[in-house]
Design a protein around this ligand. Sequence first.
Ligand code: ZN
Length: 86
Amino acid sequence: MPHPFVWVPGGGARHASKDRVPPPSVEFPEGTVVSTLCGAEVSAEVDEVSWLWRTCRECDERTREIVGLEPLSEIERRVGRSDRDQ
Ligand SMILES: [Zn+2]
């Protein structure tokens, strides 16, 4: 079963969203306004460069929670990088 979210680049970062991608697409069409897990609304951008943007920290944490992964903050604490920029 697929995860109940998709990654979408928009506004200078890669966010995750629970919005439904219009079938049969697997990602949001360019320009789609998408609600992200971090509470923002971004306009989807789908060129190759946008996929290289940094991952939104808050969306990253929320998706990890959804799929049952350890929080980033836990991992960073363990490896001693808790002073990392947020
Ligand atoms: Zn986000």
